[in-house]
Write a protein that binds this ligand. Sequence first.
Ligand SMILES: [Zn+2]
Length: 259
Amino acid sequence: MTRLAERIYRTEGIVLRRMELGEADRILTLYTPQYGKLRAMAKGIRRPASKLRGHLELFTRAKLMLARGRNLDVITAAETTEAFRGLRAEDSSSLEPVGGAYRIAERLDRLTEDGVENRAVWDLLVAALGALSDGVPPRMVGLHFDLRLLGYLGYQPNLDSCAGCDRPLEPIENRYSFELGGVLCPDCRSHDPAADPLSVNALKLLRLMARQDARVVARLRLPEGLLDELEGLLNRSVRLTTDRDFAAPAVLRSLQGES
Ligand SMILES: [Zn+2]
């Protein structure tokens, strides 16, 4: 095997972010099935004659060939396998779905680390972009994505029994505790005085989202107020998760890297 062949590898990937570099290059943030989040260089992609051009648009799924580099790996070939057409329309019909795709990509970039394989997250990303492309309401896709992403990263709240006393949750107003990562029954409210009220319907919807895919949940006619409630809970969960697990370890990692 030549040295070049040893440096070459293949994967699929979806483009989450693009950053212009120099006159013709781009640095891409990709999500891949085998390597999780991956940053790679697309050299010369902004030149009209580039073979990569058109295959690495935002939110496209592509087959990639890469060469390991000293700092960043370099994309040597790319071929689109799924363009998610509903995110490409020239008229205003794609504005909302594209907004939904940006939101999902931002979440994924924020909550995941480079180089950690997570096949369930890859499948979730493919399903979410597919749903957006097919016109499933972006708000529903986004809420579903947040809950599932937290779950696949190890933060699935227990939605069946109380985080304080472990008794099955009753169909009454409970509390959602970010600190305890679960739901508290009325008797256990004192375990986390900062826990937010969780309505019976919001708990039902969380359970449904944990089991069904976004397309199924989107068929239900749900009041905006209920979606607002869920959005508030999930936004705070994401924020807390980011603060807790990324701020400190990132500092530690950079210190360890320097030593
Ligand atoms: Zn309890």
